[in-house]
Design a protein around this ligand. Sequence first.
Ligand SMILES: [Zn+2]
Length: 443
Amino acid sequence: MSDLLIRNCDVLNVTIDARAFVLFDHDILISGNRIEAVQPTGQADPSHFRQVIDGRGQVAMPGLINTHAHTPMVLFRGLAEDVPVHVWFNEYIWPLENNLIEEDVYWGMQLGLAEMIRGGVTSVADHYFHMDGAAKAVEKAGSRALLGWCVFGSNGQEMIERSGRFVQEWQGAANGRIRTLMAPHAPYTCDDDYLRAVVKKAKELGVGIHIHAAEEMFQTENSLSSRGKTPIQVLEEVGVLDGMTIIAHGNGVIPQDYPILTRHQVGIAHCVKGYLKMAAGTTPLLDFRQHQIPIGLGSDGAVSNNTLDIFEVMRLMPMAQKNHHHNAEVMPIAEVLYIATRDSARVYGQPDDLGNLDPGSLADIILVDMTQPHTQPLHSIPATLVYNTRASDVQTVIIDGQVVMKNHELLTLDEGEIISYAVEHKARLAHRDTNKRIQTYAP
Ligand SMILES: [Zn+2]
């Protein structure tokens, strides 16, 4: 008796050398939390499985990985629109975040996880505050997450210790679905000594670091003119890049940084919707690809992105690159799918287990409905997944071998209860006192 059989679907997988291919009319066999086999329909006897899902008309693909988010920020979405980045931080986000309590993070995380499960996102690298609340929400949702408690230099050693305790308490929790790491905010909010202290803690605990850096070109220019080094050079010097590292954004990465990122295999989380919206410039993704620097898709928080829709990010990424380079041939579909699956899994730190549907990998699988008018007739599944699939086309979601959404119905989270909390606390959370911000943006 095996656990789960997904019958008669088309299977999208991507090779390690970035070729996308589809297996038509196949079954996926799942045993425990892993994929046992992918084989032509007709060979497996459904009566030998505890649960059978009919995949007709659907494409199975690896669950999407969101490599940079501040998920509970969904509670603030729509509150900071059409403003430049310093106003966004100093007059909106950092005063708003002064309102947060752990309970908000718990419910906000559930709200964001519900949105992400609905959109086929099975893993999220999250960087936020009061992270015990976030971890409890992940445990409940059945999602996979890589969690870090955001710290600023002004928080002192005390918060490094606190976030280190969080790392220890939750590492490997929820059947290994939860992993943890250290999460200093950025080199412009943490000085070198503080970053060194975070690195020391990360090494002590044997974990990686998730940080924002070189978010925009002016940060790199400021860093070069004030101290003669790029933000990436600073991170290398203080040891941040020694272990597994996720760097959010990197729009201000310049060619002299490339060998550093390649040498340390630093993952870059790419959150293009926010860049377009906040006029943050174009990330040099084609150079990153050439230098074998891993790229992962990310949403960032929902106050810059407004959604946590990774299908949308997947679509905007190649469009922004094509437009910037005035070249429709750059970043073709197979490469986009590679970044969305295997490369995102590299950035997330689980390259063998996630981002693919190979036998032996973790069973994080989404089934996408291909029967709707906007996807018919279906000439090309890879093209459809990148350019016309909507998050709401995701029909069924399996994480760690467990069905968490079936035929659009969430099985682990109570959306009514979650939305009630968000609505009930809306006014308190939207209150802004700019004298009480948690930080000041002055990179
Ligand atoms: Zn961010």
